[in-house]
Write a protein that binds this ligand. Structure first.
Ligand SMILES: Cc1ncc(COP(=O)(O)O)c(C=O)c1O
Length: 493
């Protein structure tokens, strides 16, 4: 019995304007307690048709709309590479403590010692986890951390008078933000192919690596969910010719407390606090993408960093602006403070053993799915995976059922689709990241549903191709919705 199966009835959600009834009123406005003033005529409109609804209808309307959404709190969300793990409520409790919530970024340092200490200790923790001691908390997202890191690569080479390095190497499996970042900073991008085992192709790497290369952007585990087996060879090859190794830490959820990127030869790494450290993602609030660097690169970190005094010349924790080699400021103030508190709370509530258990269970859960769905879907790189398993829907595509259709059909069973068509090197890719926070029962339900959809692809393909059947809108034009959103209701339109 599939516990998540929904009925095939369409949910019809009326628009607020359709609920409107003349004379209905959501409540009384408070008495005006300021002198009346005439509004500028260009701001007023006589023909503004506002819906007339009672307060309870208004509340029900928006509550129902919010319930149509998918979220980690309501549904299994195996979105590969995004690490949609449960966000513990204790993080929010800490972030909303009045002493943190009511702070102003321009308060004197003497009055913000607790907050500065938290930021300082988070820098220390992230440095220890990566094995890269210099940390900035300024970046607002992974891509922003990448930008910070690649600007540091450029600053490092320039400081050495090494101006000939114009290229960055990027694996063909990389997330799109990697080549985009390198290009944005002004480097040209050389793509390195992936070999048959899902590792970087060493022959091409050797052939491409010369003293025009500023560095490599490497994701480990890579976006195939596989540990880069030749990582030590790769990082030595880059270092021998004077390049730097930038590690994309989006997949740190797989290696916490097990291995440190710094020990593998990474020089710079960004974290996604909103993936690895259970901070909500973009839609749930801006992310956070702290960046860690090896000790000799620390002078290039953005200004300010949070520092600690060991004498009594001022408050113990302070913002250090005296950084002549810094790449400068990359964001207002000191990073996303509320999310720093959430990430810190997560790290401190788990401790070193707890963090290691996070990764061990993330890897275990992904391998459970990998093994149980092998044979149901193609597995292009058939070896033990890390925290995510990348399948291919190419067998189903031969039956006319594309990966997109499988993703859409999952919605009918109350499951958020996995990441699809990424990484680009996997045909009809289905990138599944269950995370460590899911129970065995949820994984079993997911496996059962995926198996059922594979059977439907053979027996009743139209059922899959026309999915989802349970949502108010079935197949919107995603591109038009993003590029030409219709955000305003117009009578008759
Ligand atoms: C491997 C990888 N690198 C970088 C990023 C960029 O991170 P962000 O979305 O926080 O900018 C992502 C995001 O999904 C990713 O999966």
């Amino acid at each position: 019995m599939l516990t998540h199966e929904r009925t095939n009835e369409k949910i019809i959600e009326p628009l607020l304007f359709e609920l409107s009834q003349p004379g209905h009123n959501p409540g009384r406005l408070p008495e005006v307690d300021v002198p009346a003033a005439d509004l500028p005529v260009e701001l007023t409109r006589a023909d503004l048709p506002l819906p007339e609804v009672s307060e309870i209808d208004l509340v029900r309307h928006f509550t129902r709309l919010s319930q149509l959404n998918f979220s980690v709190d309501t549904h299994f969300y195996p979105l590969g590479s995004c690490t949609m793990k449960y966000n513990p409520r204790v993080n929010d409790w800490a972030a909303t403590l009045p002493g943190f919530l009511m702070l102003h970024p321009y308060q004197p340092e003497a009055t913000t010692q607790g907050a500065l200490r938290l930021l300082y200790e988070l820098q220390q923790d992230l440095g220890a986890i990566a094995g890269l001691p210099g940390v900035t908390l300024q970046p607002s997202a992974g891509a922003h951390g990448e930008l910070t890191g690649v600007l540091i690569i450029m600053a490092y080479h320039r400081a050495r008078g090494d101006e000939k390095r114009t290229r960055i190497l990027v694996p063909d499996s990389a997330h799109g933000t990697n080549p985009a970042t390198a290009a944005m900073v002004g480097y040209s991008v050389t793509h390195i192919p992936t070999d048959a085992r899902g590792n970087l192709d060493l022959d091409t790497l050797r052939a491409e690596m010369d003293d025009t290369v500023a560095g490599i952007m490497l994701t480990n585990p890579n976006t195939l969910g596989l540990f880069e087996e030749n990582i030590l060879t790769v990082t030595s090859l880059i270092h021998e010719r004077g390049g730097l190794v930038y590690c994309d830490g989006a997949n740190m959820n797989a290696v916490l407390g097990i291995t440190r990127p710094g020990d593998l030869g990474c020089d710079i790494l960004h974290y996604n606090l909103h993936k690895t450290f259970s901070v909500p993602h973009g839609g749930g609030g801006p992310g956070a993408g702290g960046t860690a660097v090896r000790a000799d690169l620390a002078p290039f970190l953005p200004t300010p960093v949070v520092a600690r005094r060991d004498d009594a010349s001022g408050p113990e924790y302070y913002l250090d602006y005296d950084r002549p080699h810094s790449i400068g400021r990359i964001r207002a103030f000191y990073g996303n403070f509320g999310n720093a508190v959430r990430g810190y709370t997560y790290i401190r509530s788990l401790g070193p053993d707890g963090l290691r258990a996070v990764s061990e269970n993330a890897v275990l859960n992904a391998n459970y799915i990998r093994v149980r769905l092998t044979g149901v879907y193609d597995l292009p790189y058939d070896r033990i995976c890390m925290h995510e398993a990348v399948f291919s829907g190419r067998q189903q595509a031969k039956l006319g059922v594309r990966t997109l259709d499988i993703a859409k059909r999952l919605i009918d069973f109350g499951i958020h689709p996995p990441t699809v068509y990424f990484p680009l090197i996997v045909e009809e890719a289905l990138m599944i990241e269950p995370t460590e926070t899911e129970t065995r029962a949820t994984l079993d339900t997911f496996i059962e549903v995926m198996t059922r959809i594979a059977r439907e692809a053979q027996e009743t393909p139209d059922l899959v191709k026309e999915a989802p059947h349970t949502t108010p809108i079935s197949r919107p034009d995603d591109v038009a919705a993003a590029r030409k959103p219709v955000v305003r209701w117009q009578a008759g339109g």
